[in-house]
Design a binder for this molecule. Structure first.
Ligand SMILES: C[S@@+](CC[C@H](N)C(=O)[O-])C[C@H]1O[C@@H](n2cnc3c(N)ncnc32)[C@H](O)[C@@H]1O
Ligand code: SF4
Length: 400
């Protein structure tokens, strides 16, 4: 029997599953970004080629992890709003034919304002997308230019207003703690500018926002500029103040953080990411996609070829392009579970972690609590506001 027809016989008893689909192209590559991205002009494969390749890799994943219901799908990138809506619909149909898509499945897609005209957003909605996440980055034209973005603040706002009309949940991303245009400028002025920009953003009544502090990633244009002394970013203390102000404003506006960088009104958390941060399984499909799936009770990490042409060729010839599928060691699984869990304001359940074979040391927990980095309420351990900025340090102290 073809796996694409297997669902009717599937015995669905396992916990729900997420599917991540990577689309690796962008119209322009931003100077700060180190995701697996490639210029859209390099995409020479046809839509039919992409469709066949995604279907092959999905079918491969299904063979390893059948019998699960898919509750969430996340089209990430790159810029998946560059995908034809037909391709998105075809991928969702394949996922449904394999595992079955839950009736109330959350289907997220990341979009760039440049490739999000209203008719395309409507076509994506008709294809099944329920949640749009728009890369706005700044509501300030000078800041957008400095970030190498090719849209204006007004265009981003127009795309967001359309998304609010069309999708069950509309979210936008902003980047803050950006390069200082004048390093000698008064920090108070920069802080006031961010407060007013964020207040204007909140006035749009978003249901969800992802607010990221700029990270200078290796092998990016920003990294070489910084190394040459041509890019100044706020120092740690400034960044911590910006973070605190961000938390206060969002909380007051009814969008408290539910994760370090993610804010939402009640009922609009990203279910896909939430499940991952709680240690749930997700299948990673597409060039460079990572996945985490439980096979025979052990968490496995999968990773696919990053180069789109290599990925397509491997899917054509081998039925998938996973370069590796590796069982995580107990220590790796523990580090990952604690790291992901502490990102969430919900925190981690000590008993639930123990069931997954991760025992936390009571003495170390108590010391980190004394240091003001962790809080403990019955079974739940949470990072404090201070601790959430020092997760690597906490993991080092807790698990080594
Ligand atoms: C895949 S992109 C979102 C959609 C689309 N590609 C776009 O940029 O409009 C995911 C998000 O990651 C964030 N991001 C990427 N590189 C970053 C960096 N170096 N520091 C902080 N945030 C970053 C941006 O906010 C971006 O919107
Ligand atoms: S931020 Fe978005 S548009 Fe810019 S390069 Fe990264 S994925 Fe592409």
């Amino acid at each position: 029997m073809s796996p694409l027809r297997a669902r009717a016989n599937a015995d669905v008893r396992e916990p729900p599953l997420g599917v991540y689909i990577h689309w690796p192209f962008c119209t322009a590559i931003c100077p700060y970004c180190d995701f697996n991205v490639h210029g859209a002009h390099k995409n020479t494969a046809s839509q039919a080629d992409w469709r066949r390749a995604y279907r092959a890799e999905l079918t491969h994943a299904y063979g390893l992890i059948p019998g699960r219901k898919v509750e969430t799908v996340f089209f990430g990138g790159g810029t998946p709003s560059l995908m034809p809506a037909d391709l998105v619909a075809a991928i969702l149909a394949d996922i449904d034919a394999l595992w079955g898509l839950a009736a109330q499945a959350e289907i997220s897609l990341e979009a760039n304002p440049v490739s999000a005209p209203r008719p395309h957003l409507q076509a994506l909605r008709a294809a099944g997308v329920t949640r749009l996440s728009l890369g706005v980055q700044a509501f300030d034209d000078a800041a957008l230019k400095a970030l190498g973005r090719t849209h204006s603040a007004a265009e981003a706002q127009e795309a967001f207003l359309a998304a609010q009309d069309i999708f069950d949940t509309a979210s936008f991303d902003l980047i803050y703690a950006r390069p200082l245009s004048n390093p000698a400028q008064d920090f108070a002025a920069g802080l006031a500018a961010w407060q007013s920009e964020l207040s204007a953003a909140l006035a749009l009544s978003p249901q969800h926002m992802s607010l990221y502090q700029l990270t200078i990633e290796p092998d990016t244009v920003f990294h070489s500029r910084a190394a040459q002394g041509r890019l100044a970013v706020p120092h740690e203390e400034m960044a911590a103040t910006l973070y605190e102000v961000t938390q206060t404003l969002c909380h007051a506006a009814g969008l408290p953080a539910y994760e370090i960088s993610n804010h939402a009104i009640a009922g609009h958390h990203c279910r896909h990411n939430r499940a991952i941060w709680h240690g749930g399984d997700y299948v990673g499909i597409g060039p460079g996609a990572h996945g985490r799936i439980t096979i025979d009770g052990r968490k496995h990490a999968s990773m696919a070829h990053k180069q789109p042409q290599l990925w397509l060729a491997a899917c054509r010839e081998n039925g998938h392009a996973w370069q590796s599928l590796t069982a995580l060691s107990a220590q790796e699984a523990a580090e990952e579970a604690v790291m992901l869990g502490l990102r969430l304001t919900d925190g981690i359940g000590v008993a639930a972690l123990a069931q997954r074979g991760v025992a936390l040391d009571a003495q170390k927990l108590a010391t980190l609590k004394q240091d003001g980095l962790l809080a403990r309420r019955d079974d739940v351990v949470q990072a404090t506001d201070k601790g959430r900025l020092l997760l690597d340090y906490i993991i080092g102290r807790l698990l080594v």
